[in-house]
Write a protein that binds this ligand. Structure first.
Ligand SMILES: Nc1ncnc2c1ncn2[C@@H]1O[C@H](COP(=O)(O)OP(=O)(O)O)[C@@H](O)[C@H]1O
Ligand SMILES: [Mg+2]
Length: 313
């Protein structure tokens, strides 16, 4: 797959965690999935690219690291040289800072260089904590991932934010893949004039493009099937909440034409925020708790590319 000019030809797998608004639990879940995978003996690197709020280290019980991504952007230090030992299995951390990726001061060429370095990291799993928001750089980083993971709270604003993020990501992916066929402007024009064409959503835009230009149908189908979204529902308080996972799947299919995987949920658990406040890695200290089991379950589901067992679609 090619996204903004970076080709993938590596063995490791990249997971990007993003899409939700702030506070949904992305960073906690990134650190916990990493710890779970490290416990299985996997070689992991976690990368923190959160805007202005780089705090992944705190979830691992590490004080603010001296080396961070700004060394890469400002001093040209190779990414692999910025990886710090976490003390948890074979897991490393590349810390972020205020010079975040989701900033206009990061130039296009720097972004491409970062992606090339990420793709070259010699690890089995690279987990990227993206933070919130729909900045173009955030979306492009999301799109280089093999597995695009969204952490969602069962709450209307979080759902709306996530939907916009995914819609914008898909639109950018389609535009970028059609660019080399000379279709980028046509896609943009059709979307901007969607009222005239009676297009209500991305799914209808895609259908309209396929009907008008049959030779790009296969490209669009491939892009859609490559667009793999994994949904995690966090801070669940009731069984009603869990149903939201399945509803979102249906919404993705209907309005975006995308097949999302609802991989699991994590209940609201006071032990989690307490352990974070005490700067103790949750999965190390409460590894046998129900929450830790839930984290293990959805991480396994992501690994295997399967859904939560009792999910209804
Ligand atoms: N399942 C949960 N139950 C209770 N508190 C949680 C849970 N998941 C996350 N939290 C709390 O929510 C806060 C925000 O989580 P964080 O991972 O920083 O969110 P984000 O990275 O999405 O902004 C954490 O400090 C933690 O206290
Ligand atoms: Mg965060």
């Amino acid at each position: 797959m090619e996204t903004i000019g970076v080709k993938k030809n590596k063995e490791g797998e990249i997971w990007a965690i993003g899409g939700g608004k702030g506070g949904t639990g992305k960073t906690f879940i990134t650190s916990s999935m990493g710890t779970y995978l490290a416990g299985k003996g996997k070689r992991i690197v976690l990368i923190d690219v959160d805007i202005g709020g780089a705090n992944l280290h705190s979830f691992l019980g590490i004080s603010r690291p001296k080396k961070s991504l700004s060394f890469f952007f400002e001093k040209g230090v190779p990414l692999s040289k910025l990886a710090l030992k976490t003390g948890i299995g074979d897991m490393y951390l590349i810390s972020g800072d205020i010079h975040s990726l989701a900033s206009d001061s990061i130039k296009f060429t720097q972004k491409l260089k970062l992606f090339r370095h990420i793709l070259k990291l010699n690890k089995q799993y690279v987990l990227i904590d993206l933070g919130g928001g729909s900045h173009k750089n955030t979306i492009d980083t999301f799109l280089i991932a093999d597995k695009m993971i969204v952490v969602l709270e069962p709450e209307i604003i979080a759902i709306e934010n996530m939907y916009h993020f995914i819609k914008n990501s898909l639109f950018r992916k389609l535009k970028m893949s059609l660019r080399s066929y000379g279709f980028k402007e046509i896609v943009e024009y059709m979307w901007e004039s969607r009222e005239k064409y009676k297009i209500n959503n991305l799914n209808e835009l895609i259908e309209c493009l396929k009907n008008s230009f049959s030779h790009i149908g296969d490209i669009l189908d491939k892009e859609l099937s490559d667009f793999k979204i994994y949904l995690i529902l966090n801070k669940v308080r009731s069984s009603q909440d869990i149903i939201i996972g399945s509803s979102i799947k249906s919404i993705f299919m209907k309005y975006l034409g995308v097949e999302a995987q609802f991989v699991g949920y994590l209940e609201y658990d006071n032990t989690i925020w307490r352990s974070i406040r005490e700067r103790k890695p949750f999965m190390m200290n409460y590894g046998t708790s129900r929450s830790a089991k839930e984290i293990g379950t959805f991480t396994e589901n992501i690994l295997q590319g399967r859904e939560i067992k009792h999910s209804r679609s």
